[in-house]
Structure formats: C-alpha cells, structure tokens
Design a protein around this ligand. Structure first.
Ligand code: TRP
Ligand code: SF4
Length: 405
C-alpha cells in the first residue's frame, strides 16, 4: 500500500524516553507499530524534549534512556528498513514550528487540555507550572504537523492532543492558507476540470456553504476525486476551496486509537513503572520466572484444596494475553475445582512469556553488542525525517512570511 498509491498513509507516533520498556509498552504500543510499518509510511520518534518538560531535573539519565528505548523498539521488531526512526531534538525544525504555532495558539486552548491539570495534580512533587509544560501539547502538534501525517496511533489519554492538533491545523490554514498565487492556482485547477463538471462543482460548493448541505459536499468531493487529470495538490486545493478555507497547508491528522487492552501488571493494576509492577521487555529469564512465581493470587486460595476464582486473581488476565483457549479453560476449571495449585497454574504462563522474551532478546543482542549500529540507524532516520521537515518548514515559512533569504 505504501508505494503504489497516492493516498496519504503517513503515520507518526512518538514515545517519551522513560528507560527500559516493559510488556505493557510491547503489547499496547510496539506490536501495533510493527503491524503498521508494512502498510503505512511510518515515522516513529523519541520524544526527548517532551520528557524534559516533566523531568528537567534529571538530565543525566536521558542519554541512557534514549538508547535503551530505541533498542527495545528494534527488539520488538520495529524495522528501520520500513519505518523511519528518529530523535526529536535532532530536528531543530520541531522547535521552530512549535514557536511559530505558538503565535496563533490561544492560551485557553492549552489550559483546557485535560492532561495539563491532571498531571499537575498527579505529579505534585514536581513544579509543573512552567511555560514548557503548558506548551507540551502544542509541541506535540508541531511533531505531528511537521510530517503532514494522516494518522497518529495513540492511546486514549493522547486523543485530546490529536484533537488540539486538528484545531491548530485548521487555525493555521485559515490564517495563512491563502498564498499570493492562490487565485491563479485555483483558476488553473478548476480549468482542468471540464466546463460542465466545474459548473456542477461550484453549484455543490454553493449549496454546501450556504445551506450546510452534507450530501452536496460529498458529491463535490467524489466529483473532484474522480478527476484523474488532477494531481494530489490540485485536489487538496479544490477540497480546501470547497470547505471554505483557502488552502490546506497543514492537513488535519486522525487519531488511530490503539485498542490493545491495558496490560495488567504483576499486582493486577495496569502495568506501569510508577506502580513497580512491571516485567521489562528484556528482563533476565530468571527474573521473569521469579516475578511471576511471586505474583499474588486469589487470596481465597490459602491451601491447595481451597477453590479459587480466576476473576479475583491477577494471574488470570496475563493468561488471557498469553495462553491459548485450551490452557485458559484448564485454568478456569482447575482453579475453581482446586485440582492444582497456583504454582502449577503459573507454569504455562511463565513458559509463554519466556518464549516471547527469547525472541525479543535475540533481536536485541546484536544492537547491544554494536551500539554504533543503533546510532547509525538513528542518523539515517534523522536524515530522512529532515527531508520531510525541511519541506514543511518551507511551506510554513513562506506562509508566515519569514522566508526572506
Ligand atoms: N505525548 C506522547 C506521550 O506522552 C508522546 C508524543 C509526543 C507523541 N509527540 C507525539 C505521540 C506525537 C504521538 C505523536 O505518549
Ligand atoms: Fe490464580 Fe491460577 Fe491460582 Fe487460580 S490457580 S488463583 S487463576 S494462579
């Protein structure tokens, strides 16, 4: 799909470097990235500036966290031949776009982003009444708009940030979208459609703009998309005209909600470093075995002969992720009938996690042995990302009028 269509499949996602990733990241995010990279034009990046907005007090850990995280991506099967991997702070264009977008961003929009107040409440030990923290979602908008991405795979908590990005794009387009050549470009695009059809298009447009008629909009859109003599630029221009905005300089991205249920941690809560309940992607097998063996189980099962209830046991949700349906049935009936103990119940689970972990650590091995190869991958990715970022900044600078030289 990525190479044989003109449809925009550009996909962008970022992750803050918080150190070694765990199975929650693997099941919740990375497996999805790996699935997407074949069919979509994927850009995945290390959001190190984002990390600084909340962890500016410990810069010494950043370097290690960045490289550990990239190795975890590669270990999960993210393929640098298919996806572009880069580091945010290597592309200064992000800072410039963030700054330029800040000119048109109403303060209220940022203050209303739910994560702003939530995180300030939650991370009480940190001073987050900073300019950088308020601007966090706008920096994220800059990340996304920089690649003119169509899709942004994110978890639920990030959806409001993508929503903000759409609003920012709309505002930017309506302020700056009308380039000096706009009228001429528009005339030219319209002249490429036959007379009859362009008249029809203009009638649909009028109906949509004056009466808000959705079906007129849809018919006009189909009409444009069916004109094979029009290139992507022309079509964008005409769709922008149809919508009553001058020109979509920065397209509005869509959030792709990552559906994977939250991976349960060792104590049954969501797996998270702050709950100290994780299995790291590259934990030693012995440690994984020990962690699972020590997991709490249904408190009703004091003795081997006490029946239990998997629904009250944190081991069960992990079985649901890892075990086949036969094993799951075996767990359900054996637990309720007390026909085996918890140690035995955990055994097939440990086995499955270790099998998966072996694949992951085998993939990681060459990168750990040759850290230079990881640096090289990022260098290449930075270069590719930079090509796109430079194009976008050309568009943006000429739109805001700072393209003097
Ligand atoms: N804010 C995201 C998070 O905390 C990370 C992020 C930064 C991001 N920029 C992005 C995600 C752009 C998607 C797209 O997880
Ligand atoms: Fe949990 Fe399995 Fe023990 Fe039942 S038998 S309580 S599901 S570990």
């Amino acid at each position: 799909m990525k190479f044989n269509t003109t449809e925009n499949t550009r996909t962008l996602s970022g992750m803050r470097p918080t150190g070694k990733l765990h199975l929650g990241h693997y099941h919740g995010v990375l497996k999805n990235w790996v699935n997407m990279q074949k069919d979509f034009d994927c850009f995945f990046f290390v959001a190190d500036w984002h990390a600084l907005t909340t962890s500016y007090e410990n810069p010494e850990t950043m370097r290690e966290h960045v490289w550990d995280m990239v190795i975890d991506w590669l270990a999960a099967g993210v393929d640098p031949e298919q996806a572009t991997l880069f580091i945010q702070s290597s592309l200064l264009q992000h800072a410039e776009l963030h700054l330029l977008l800040s000119m048109i961003t109403p303060l209220g929009w940022l203050e209303r982003v739910p994560s702003f107040k939530e995180q300030q409440q939650k991370l009480k030990d940190k001073d987050l009444s900073t300019y950088g923290f308020l601007g966090y979602p706008l920096l994220q908008s800059a990340d996304i708009l920089m690649y003119r991405a169509a899709f942004v795979p994110v978890g639920e908590d990030q959806v409001p940030h993508v929503e903000l990005t759409r609003e920012i794009a709309r505002r930017f387009n309506s302020f700056f979208g009308k380039s000096p050549d706009y009228d001429r470009e528009l005339d030219q695009a319209i002249s490429l459609i036959g007379k009859q059809e362009s008249d029809q298009f203009l009638r649909y447009r009028k109906k949509y703009n004056e009466q808000g008629n959705r079906s007129a909009y849809q018919k006009a859109e189909v009409l444009i998309n069916n004109q094979e003599q029009l290139n992507h630029e022309h079509k964008q221009l005409l769709i922008g005209y149809l919508e009553g905005r001058a020109k979509a300089l920065l397209p509005e991205p869509k959030a792709l909600l990552t559906e994977a249920a939250k991976t349960p941690g060792l104590d049954g809560q969501k797996m998270s470093k702050s709950y100290d309940n994780i299995i790291a992607m590259r934990d030693e097998p012995k440690r994984i075995e020990k962690s699972v063996r020590e997991m709490p189980t249904d408190p009703a099962r004091v003795r081997l002969t006490d029946p239990g209830d998997p629904d009250k046991c944190p081991v069960w949700p992990l079985h649901q992720i890892y075990s086949d349906s036969d094993t799951c049935e075996w767990v359900q009936s054996g637990c309720r009938a007390a026909s085996f103990g918890c140690v035995q119940c955990k055994q097939p689970l440990i086995q499955k996690i270790l099998e998966e972990q072996e694949v992951i650590s085998d993939r990681a091995k060459p990168y750990i042995q040759h850290p230079d190869s990881v640096v090289e991958i990022i260098h290449e990715g930075n270069k590719k990302a930079s090509l796109v970022a430079d194009q976008t900044m050309d568009i943006v600078r000429s739109a805001v009028g700072t393209n003097y030289l």
